[in-house]
Design a protein around this ligand. Structure first.
Ligand code: MTE
Length: 300
């Protein structure tokens, strides 16, 4: 496992590079190798567009509030996100419990335009507000046993109707290897489009890992646990054959039930062609080194 060195890359560098990538070439380049000229034009102009606020906030996956894309928008409106506390515990010298107010006072959220690629085969370009998870994790000292990070979403079946049914093993859990968690692109999201994070997108706080399928990005988190063993995420638990621990966006590794080679950009009209999915969702330059020497077909 390659340890991430903080000096290797700065959040600013990534952010500006990523921004220009999305804005200038983005998917037009990959589309160019795939499609005929008129379609490239349609794609190129669309790829320069951020997904609309409406699409980002009404087309969601958040099974605690229902399994249809429109359910979270409808059912999460009255979800109470105040007061809210997060614990950071496990393999740390001293666990902490930190409130949302303390987090907002202590960490400055910046705009981070990052692509979300859902395992279902669609994508969005989202202007998130947030900061690197590594900043939040710097509030604790890890023990030498800390190898992975487990995220836990809130468990509140009173407010979250979906948790009354065994759709997943609640609470929703996800995990990262420690070096993935410490990578500056791994983001604690506090908002989008310069506004506070809507409930349906994971308020008050969610994680976002742009080079992994969207389900790795747990919403409404209440616990971050440093652990020694690879955690079993809710999706691995539900279907280990379909959802691996790494879940890096990878056009060469199909989901057992469908291809991951292409994707539909949300907001494009229905006649727009699907575009080619990029390795690591286009963030290979920043993250490929984390997986040097690993067989990504085996560790999917
Ligand atoms: N987090 C929780 N707690 N519950 C969920 O059902 N769905 C995941 C992820 N985080 C989910 C979750 C999936 S499958 C995706 S694609 C993204 O959230 C969707 O994020 P968005 O609705 O903000 O686009």
């Amino acid at each position: 496992m390659k340890k991430f060195k903080n000096s290797e890359i700065t959040p600013e560098k990534i952010y500006y590079k990523r921004r220009s990538f999305v804005k200038s070439i983005g998917y037009s380049l990959s589309a160019m190798t795939l499609c005929s000229v008129p379609l490239i034009k349609a794609n190129a102009s669309n790829s320069n567009n951020l997904t609309s606020y409406k699409d980002i906030t009404t087309y969601n996956n958040y099974y605690e509030f229902g399994t249809s894309k429109s359910d979270p928008y409808i059912n999460a409106q009255n979800f109470k996100t105040k007061p809210w506390n997060i614990t950071i515990e496990g393999e740390v010298d001293k666990p902490i419990n930190i409130s949302m107010e303390e987090i907002s006072n202590e960490f400055t959220s910046e705009e981070r335009i990052l692509r979300l690629r859902c395992v279902e085969g669609w994508s969005m370009i989202i202007p998130w507000m947030g900061f690197s998870l590594s900043q939040l994790l710097s509030k604790v000292n890890f023990t030498s046993k800390a190898k992975f990070v487990e995220f836990e979403s809130v468990y509140d079946p009173e407010q979250m109707k979906g948790q009354r049914y065994p759709v997943l093993n609640w609470p929703y859990k996800e995990g990262l290897r420690l070096d993935e968690a410490m990578h500056p692109l791994t983001t604690v999201v506090t908002g989008l489009y310069n506004k506070k994070l809507p409930n349906q997108n994971g308020a008050p706080l969610r994680i976002f890992i742009p080079w992994k399928y969207g389900f790795k990005s747990a919403k409404a988190i209440v616990k971050i646990k440093l652990v020694e063993k690879m955690p079993t995420s809710s999706w691995m638990w539900a279907s280990p054959r379909e959802y691996g621990f790494y879940s890096n966006v990878n056009p060469n590794v199909d989901h057992p039930r469908w291809s991951q080679a292409t994707e539909r950009i949300i907001g494009n009209n229905i006649f727009s062609p699907r575009v080619k999915t990029l390795m690591f969702n286009g963030y290979g330059e920043e993250v490929a080194h984390l997986y040097n020497g690993m067989d990504l077909k085996k560790f999917f």
